[in-house]
Design a protein around this ligand. Structure first.
Ligand code: NDP
Ligand code: 2IT
Length: 443
């Protein structure tokens, strides 16, 4: 019998000082170990879980570049190639000053399960740099991206490892990274996803994570014979995921009352309209300016959105942004559903609060899989040298999210009818990867 305690102790021993990675592995192991012991004892001697928790390859490299004052700057670049059992490594690149190996290993680990859940043939990886894009000029961003790719190019490829965006990496950065890859390799290929729609990108990729999140929330409500019409939603973040989550929520008839960033939160008691949302986009990071134009709103410097009464909370900013105290506030105020647009935004303690209160808690690896799913569809379109219309991509995205919901229900339904989406996503994502690893031998 596999023991959770000794497994975790071993992971801790091999990965000291990596709290985020340990948190992500523990969250999965708590569900997977009882499942292995009950249904797949053969995975124990095959050391499947031990192997899944060990990256296939970790690459770390120097990124030196010239800033606008012609001074040399030095950053660290990474790519964590976590698991290729079901397809080429796939996952985003994050540019943010707090990026370190613990964060990228947790993200790569989550990506393995998420990508498996999409039912597309993609393995898991993640990368990035401690480069801080805030306050940098367009030319500095370009020079950084070119230097970063001048090392990364040798480790990636359309059939090997296909990066994409994440925090601090959007269409602009993907453009500079792609341009440099193409120049070095003399090869126009689908080596990155999230490309512009007119140079190899897929329609709906920018919208996909936020839209997919709302499709998943719709599935949760459909399953309970309810609709999203009139539901009050709090959203954190004001970036790619938060923005398109808000847009889709509004168009489905829900009332979105908050958006935020690392500086503070806008609370609009009348809710954002699509016009108001477009205005938020023009503010960049200066969210505090919003109430000057819209009197129904207040700005809360240094505060998070979880104090406001809502039916549904959608954390869409970053890891561990929603802690136990926040979870208790949400539950006390009657929140019924928490779906993660970000990766691991809820702490382990917060998740326990949600489960205890029977809140529907949809973890990022299920609820935010729409982004990587459309990245997978971008890879397909690149391979056949075609571009599908928006409606076709959107229909496929919706079908993928419905399928993930079905998988979560299948593996996460408890005796009292409560759906433990975390358990469902962990087991549903694990099984395909584990079987592929078994078939491919000891690697
Ligand atoms: P963006 O860079 O577009 O936006 C990030 C947003 O989150 C910004 O509003 C930022 O505020 C806020 N934020 C970042 N760090 C913090 C912090 N430490 N505290 C409070 N707010 C913070 O990134 P994305 O929208 O792409 O990513 C958001 C989350 O979604 C991440 O967890 C990412 O891993 C996840 N995700 C992204 C996918 C994608 O396709 N892009 C797919 C699946 C998941 P500020 O500007 O002040 O830093
Ligand atoms: O966390 C994620 O799933 C992403 N940042 C998207 C990855 C991708 O390859 O599109």
């Amino acid at each position: 019998m596999l023991s959770l305690k000794s497994f975790i102790k071993n992971v801790e021993l091999h990965n000291p000082h990596e709290p985020e990675f340990l948190q992500a592995v523990t969250e999965v192991a708590e569900d997977i170990i009882p499942y292995i012991n009950d249904y797949h004892p053969e995975f124990e001697s095959l050391k499947i879980l031990e192997r899944i928790a060990e990256p296939e390859r970790v690459i770390s490299f120097r990124v030196a570049w010239l800033d606008d004052k012609n001074e040399i700057q030095v950053n660290r670049g990474y790519r964590v190639q976590m698991n290729s059992a079901i397809g080429p490594y796939k996952g985003g690149l994050r540019f943010a000053p707090d990026v370190n190996l613990s964060i990228l290993k947790f993200l790569a680990f989550e990506q393995v399960f998420k990508n498996s859940l999409t039912s597309l043939p993609i393995g898991g990886g993640k990368g990035g740099s401690d480069f801080d894009p805030k306050g940098k000029s367009d030319n500095e961003i370009m020079r950084f991206c070119q230097s970063f790719m001048t090392e990364l190019y040798r480790h990636i490829g359309a059939e090997t490892d296909v990066p994409a965006g994440d925090i601090g990496v959007g269409t602009r950065e993907i453009g500079y990274l792609f341009g440099q890859y193409k120049r070095i390799q003399n090869n126009f290929t689908g080596v990155l996803t999230g490309k512009g729609a007119h140079w190899g990108g897929s329609y709906i990729r920018p919208e996909a994570t936020g839209y997919g999140l709302l499709y998943f929330v719709e599935c949760i409500y459909d399953f309970n014979n309810e609709s999203l019409e009139g539901k009050v939603i709090t959203i954190s973040g004001a970036g790619n995921v938060a923005y398109y989550a808000a847009e889709k929520a509004i168009s489905l008839g829900a009332k979105v009352i908050t958006l935020s960033n690392s500086q503070g939160t806008i609370y609009d008691k009348e809710g954002f309209s699509l016009e108001k949302l477009a205005y938020v986009e023009t503010l960049g990071r200066d969210l505090y300016k919003y109430p000057r134009k819209f009197k129904s709103a207040t700005y809360h410097e240094g505060e998070k959105p979880w104090q406001f009464k809502c039916d549904i909370a959608l954390p869409c900013a970053t890891q561990n942004e929603l802690d136990e105290a926040d979870a208790k506030k949400l539950v006390k105020n009657g929140c019924k559903c928490v779906a993660e647009g970000a990766n691991m935004p809820s702490t382990a303690e917060a998740i326990k609060v949600f489960h205890k209160a029977k809140v529907y808690f949809a973890p990022g690896k299920a609820a935010n899989a729409g982004g990587v799913a459309v990245s997978g569809l971008e890879m397909s379109q690149n391979s056949i040298r075609q571009q599908w219309p928006s409606a076709k991509v959107d229909t496929r995205l919706k079908a993928i999210m419905e399928n993930i919901h079905k998988t979560c229900v299948r593996y996460g339904k408890e005796e009292n009818g409560y759906i433990n989406y975390l358990k469902g996503a962990n087991i549903g994502g694990f099984i395909k990867v584990a079987n592929a690893m078994k078939a491919q031998g000891v690697l």
